[in-house]
Design a protein around this ligand. Sequence first.
Ligand SMILES: [Zn+2]
Length: 84
Amino acid sequence: MTSPLIKIDDKHIPLYRVVWVSDVPHFCGEPDCMHEGDYEVRLDVDDSLWTNSKGRNEVLKSLARWCGDPKPDDDNQESDPTDW
Ligand SMILES: [Zn+2]
């Protein structure tokens, strides 16, 4: 059984805490922004984690798996044309 945990940055997060995952890299124009180009993973209770595009894809994959993707271990096979 797939564990409902995902590693984001250096933190292991239960998938049920993820509210949404950014589709585009962060840009806010702040000169001292620490997360320019990172993808935001929004957690419940006003908290966010930041990751790169690879990490963000891992989060999406794990979420899909956790939500009942019928082929959880078939990472390389794109059976659904609308899939990411
Ligand atoms: Zn920013």
